[in-house]
Write a protein that binds this ligand. Sequence first.
Ligand SMILES: [Mn+2]
Length: 306
Amino acid sequence: MSASPVIHLIGAPTDIGAADRGASMGPEALRVAGIDRALRAQGLTVLDTGNLIGPHNPWQPPACGYRHLPEVIAWNTAVHQAVGDALRAQALPILLGGDHCLAIGSLSAVAQHCRAQGRKLRVLWLDAHADFNTHTVTPTGNLHGMPVACLCGKGPQALTTLGGPAPQLQPSCIRQIGIRSVDAEEKRLVHQAGLDVFDMRYIDEYGMRDAMRRALEGVDADTHLHVSFDVDFLDPDIAPGVGTTVPGGPTYREAQLCMEMIADTGLLASLDVVELNPAFDERNRTAEVAVDLIESLFGKSTLMRR
Ligand SMILES: [Mn+2]
């Protein structure tokens, strides 16, 4: 960050796109874990704008391949507006989710802002999943499995056009990191879109350092860097508090390195923290790990470096 912008915390307490109930408690768990205090300790100015309001979760089966589409649209419209407002106020928005479908609202606002400002955009998608399902291939209809597809123009029109004509994002600006669970048909779509994926096999073979070096290649002072941090990115050993745990994720040290390398660029300009599910957590420890990592993302170094 150049000249430390004010940080706006934006709570979106909903699990409207998720497979399990409970991510709606995410914003409060992150506050209880001290996200505000942790960021202030880094010398940042933080404004907690409170929680957005949206429809409750009716917990219905899919209709035409989507669960809760009208409610998902309502929540994402609210997120899009709030994130856009923060960016227009030259603040750095942190979306406290909520499930990952909310990244549609958040990133459509970020992309729109970048277009208006003539800035380049790089999106780092930290996740166990590719989130590239569509209504025809989704096994569940849960929209938290579809945000990347929607942002790339594949999805219901109300979502793909939040922020202007689809697509909101070109696949070429996205880097996915930590991926280890992709549905069969989804895999085909990911390849077709040409997404740049640093999956766990890549991280096993070449290490997190190399993955991040490559994922950040080409970013410069003119780049808006957005991080969409799905907490299920982390290994369940350190982060059990998510609905969709997948074994074999980054360790604490690997995740720290990932965050520190992002911090080193000084380009982070917006962030989503999503899928934290306190109903699955143990004494809020996953929220605490997430806050630790966010602190690193904003420059806290664990190393004795000058
Ligand atoms: Mn996700």
